[in-house]
Design a protein around this ligand. Structure first.
Ligand SMILES: NC(=O)c1ccc[n+]([C@@H]2O[C@H](COP(=O)([O-])OP(=O)(O)OC[C@H]3O[C@@H](n4cnc5c(N)ncnc54)[C@H](O)[C@@H]3O)[C@@H](O)[C@H]2O)c1
Ligand SMILES: O=c1ccn([C@@H]2O[C@H](COP(=O)(O)OP(=O)(O)O[C@H]3O[C@H](CO)[C@@H](O)[C@H](O)[C@H]3O)[C@@H](O)[C@H]2O)c(=O)[nH]1
Length: 428
């Protein structure tokens, strides 16, 4: 099928490449000319494992092209909208990019097939698709479908090619039929429903995942005073299939472009309808205070951090991405600097971008270099190279062998045997 993908960010680019891999004819469109120029050269503007290779392959095969001009998509039967829906100042989802894209599409002529489906892949408040469909009523042959995206950064290609499920919301047989044809080759459970249900599934899923994390993070605070090990507790809980093993990892909190903004957008939406989502409110509270709670443990241990050198390992919000949106590291760097610590930080991909916000941090090129002369080291992102280290060498290079593992990813018991003072999140 001929498909246009509007917005070539994390979701749009992954969607464009994976649909091309399924044999569709894809045109990726973005407002940012530099991004399009780079994409045409087969270079990915974002870091995602496997994405750049697949992009180059699809360009070579000829079923993936890029443009800054929406008019180049005049023959597209489907228009996927993958633009950002960031947090507005009141916490709601800012729909300005989405509405601009819809109005661009509405002003285009229909393709020669006489039918076109606008597919909203961006995460949007419940009711958005219906409102857009209402506005477009009268444009014959133009349909609106909701098709939320569930990919995770760091495994975006894998998730797009083998999705956990495909959720399709629409109100017309023509839209369902087009979506069915598009995803024909994809082996995944499909949920076909109303647009509003589809939109709600997306927010509810992210809210629930965020809840699991904050629940474990709050229990980790209790675990610290009880002297128990939250990772063992999580392991024991996860064996119950009703609970499941995923998203029970306590840490310094969730970040990223989705959980923080989607949880507040859902709270905002509920508030507009006079409903208080008190559990979700607490989920956000726990997450906001989690980095500070962990830093307090560090300060207790070091009797203050002023004048001390702290190594910070990992800056992005999770491994295998270059995304620093809402990364807990930013809160950690800010608090440490405010309290007068000097910081050496390592991240394989994000030093330059974090450096623009925190110029007074010493960004080192190898993880081991961050530890040199440090009075304590903190793991914030569990990159493989920040976890697999020569610990004897590291210990010898530090001013004090104090480790704060913000992701419970360092081998605590082994480290204690080597002579480190080890503190994890909810495990000592
Ligand atoms: N990042 C994720 O992991 C993820 C996963 C699932 C869902 N989502 C949702 O998908 C949407 C996109 O997220 P993202 O992280 O890919 O955003 P992003 O910021 O990485 O990319 C958005 C892109 O859209 C482009 N753009 C904006 N307006 C445009 C227009 N009118 N025409 C053409 N291009 C335009 C921007 O230049 C940018 O390149 C959001 O609603 C987000 O909540 C994101
Ligand atoms: O047990 C866990 C799991 C994750 N995290 C943290 O949670 C954040 C988000 O991680 P993850 O969900 O893996 O990455 P995202 O790319 O943000 O993906 C989420 O957000 C996307 C955007 O909506 C959805 O599509 C995905 O399904 C959803 O998992 C990261 O900071 C992780 O460190 C934890 O602290 N503990």
């Amino acid at each position: 099928m001929k498909v246009a993908v509007i917005g070539t960010g994390y979701v749009g680019l992954t969607t464009a490449v994976s649909l091309a891999m399924h044999g569709h004819e894809i045109l990726g469109i973005d407002l940012v000319a530099a991004k399009i120029a780079q994409l045409r050269q087969g270079k990915s503007p974002i870091y995602e494992p496997g994405l750049e290779e697949a992009l180059a392959q699809m360009l070579e095969q000829g079923n993936l092209q890029f443009s800054t001009e929406i008019k180049d998509a005049r023959e597209a039967e489907m228009m996927f909208i993958c633009v950002g829906t960031p947090e507005a100042s009141d916490g709601s989802a800012d729909l300005s990019y989405l509405l601009a894209a819809v109005s661009d599409i509405a002003s285009m002529q229909q393709p020669s097939t006489g039918k076109r489906v606008i597919v909203i892949k961006s995460t949007v408040p419940v009711g958005t698709g219906d409102r857009i469909a209402e506005q477009l009523r009268g444009n014959d042959g133009l349909y609106v479908a909701s098709n939320p995206e569930f990919l995770r950064e760091g495994s975006a290609m894998q998730d797009a090619l083998k999705p956990s499920r495909i959720v399709i919301g629409a109100d017309h047989e023509a839209a369902f039929a087009a979506m069915e044809q598009l995803y024909n080759g994809v082996n995944a459970a499909k949920v076909t429903t109303t647009r509003a249900n589809a939109e709600f599934i997306k927010y509810a899923s992210n809210a629930f995942l965020a809840t699991k994390i904050s629940f474990m993070n709050e229990l980790a605070r209790l675990s610290t005073v009880l002297g128990t090990d939250i990772t063992t507790v999580a392991q024991g809980m996860g064996l119950d299939s009703r609970i499941g093993p995923e998203f029970l990892r306590a840490g310094v909190g969730y970040g990223g472009s989705c959980f923080p903004k989607d949880t507040i957008a859902l709270l905002q939406l509920a508030g507009q309808h006079g409903i208080s989502l008190s559990i979700l409110d607490k989920v956000r509270d726990v997450n906001t205070t989690q980095p500070a709670w962990f830093l307090e443990r560090l300060e207790e241990q070091l009797h203050g951090v002023a004048g001390k050198k702290i190594a910070v390992l990992g800056l992005v919000f999770k491994p295998d991405t270059d995304d620093i949106r809402e990364a807990p590291s930013l809160k950690v760097l800010e608090a440490l600097q405010k309290k007068g610590a000097s910081i050496a930080a390592y991240d394989p991909v994000a030093s330059a971008i974090v450096g623009a916000q925190f110029p007074n941090v010493d960004y080192v090129k190898h993880p081991a270099a961050a530890f040199r002369g440090a009075h304590a080291a903190m793991l914030i992102t569990e990159w493989k190279e920040c976890v697999q280290l020569d610990w004897k060498e590291i210990k010898a290079s530090m001013a004090a062998p104090i480790l704060f593992d913000g992701r419970n990813a360092w081998p605590g018991n082994l480290l204690k045997d080597v002579g480190f003072v080890y503190t994890g999140v909810g495990r000592s």
